[in-house]
Design a protein around this ligand. Sequence first.
Ligand SMILES: *[C@@H]1O[C@H](CO)[C@@H](O)[C@H](O)[C@H]1NC(C)=O
Ligand SMILES: *[C@@H]1O[C@H](CO)[C@@H](O)[C@H](O)[C@H]1NC(C)=O
Ligand SMILES: *[C@@H]1O[C@H](CO)[C@@H](O)[C@H](O)[C@H]1NC(C)=O
Ligand SMILES: *[C@@H]1O[C@H](CO)[C@@H](O)[C@H](O)[C@H]1NC(C)=O
Ligand SMILES: *[C@@H]1O[C@H](CO)[C@@H](O)[C@H](O)[C@H]1NC(C)=O
Ligand SMILES: *[C@@H]1O[C@H](CO)[C@@H](O)[C@H](O)[C@H]1NC(C)=O
Length: 308
Amino acid sequence: MGLRLNGKGQQSHRMVIFFAVFILMTLLIFYTSNNSNEAVYTPFHVAATKAVTAKDLKRWSRKDGFVPVYGNKSLALHCGNCALVTSSSHVLSSRAGEEIDRMECVIRMNDAPTLGYEADVGNRTTLRVVAHTSVFRVVRRPNEYLRQTDRNFTIVFWGPPNKIEKNAKGTLYRLIQRVGMTYSNVSFFSIAPNRMRKFDNLFHKETGRDRQKSHSWLSTGWFTMVIAIEICDNIKVYGMVPPNYCGKKPLSKKMPYHYYKPRGSDECLMYIQNESSRRGSHHRFITEKQVFGRWAKLYNITFTHPTW
Ligand SMILES: *[C@@H]1O[C@H](CO)[C@@H](O)[C@H](O)[C@H]1NC(C)=O
Ligand SMILES: *[C@@H]1O[C@H](CO)[C@@H](O)[C@H](O)[C@H]1NC(C)=O
Ligand SMILES: *[C@@H]1O[C@H](CO)[C@@H](O)[C@H](O)[C@H]1NC(C)=O
Ligand SMILES: *[C@@H]1O[C@H](CO)[C@@H](O)[C@H](O)[C@H]1NC(C)=O
Ligand SMILES: *[C@@H]1O[C@H](CO)[C@@H](O)[C@H](O)[C@H]1NC(C)=O
Ligand SMILES: *[C@@H]1O[C@H](CO)[C@@H](O)[C@H](O)[C@H]1NC(C)=O
């Protein structure tokens, strides 16, 4: 009895295994093909055909764009070759420090430090562009961020007018003003309200999307790039990934968003999540890089670490 059943039982057993494997394979093929047809993120930037590449950034008037925090200085910076050093961990182990320091002007953002990272990011700063949200971190460590390495050392603050506008009520502007008085060798400017609107209009023009209606925030990188174009003849950008970098498969290995926060969030994850978020306001890091790519041809911008 056992033997007879055995023959039939084995056959149906094999059938079950065969079907199980078949179904698994089908699912697997379906899943992977479905997945590879799907972008990893939903691009924010949809109106490429509507975009108008701004050709007049160098003609923006500086006088009504930057308000001196203290005294009556005006932003007179003009440089031939600039290094724009991003805060991305892609700059780590670039060993680009000496090359960066040889440039006429070195531009940095927010509280990206040089101390301890000189070999990769250099040790001079000509211009630092600081978001209203980073002001406290910058003024808290004056030896790191307000130490004068360059003759025309300049700091530009950007933020909503009610926070950083001249005579804005509130502690932030008072703090900026006090720092401006104390560190008189540094030229401090805040971006004027009408210039903030200009930055918004530029975003609209370049992406076909209204910044506010599309719930977008401009990044410090956006402000910094435009200011760099205004003051520099040539720009070499260190550590910025190209716009398609984070959508590539296989996914690139994890890289911290900031070089000085090795345990911080992964850069691509941050970019993708921001790019595809619709509720609340978000940065459009990837869209911004698409725009930078178009500007690169007009304004002699080159990208290194990685090169693109
Ligand atoms: C800036 O202020 C100084 C002294 O307060 C004055 O002599 C100078 O003319 C001013 N410069 C401008 C461009 O207003
Ligand atoms: C530095 O400032 C001085 C005086 O404002 C100006 O003449 C000079 O061109 C500036 N240097 C650079 C590199 O912009
Ligand atoms: C930093 O600054 C010093 C002197 O100012 C210089 O000798 C050194 O080579 C600089 N660069 C780096 C990458 O440390
Ligand atoms: C400010 O500039 C003056 C003149 O260039 C210089 O002697 C002084 O050491 C500078 N102060 C600081 C804090 O860098
Ligand atoms: C573009 O900039 C690079 C330096 O970043 C420079 O070597 C090159 O000559 C520039 N090209 C033009 C056309 O100005
Ligand atoms: C977007 O980027 C900012 C950093 O500028 C980060 O703090 C925030 O968590 C990101 N948002 C999402 C949804 O990933």
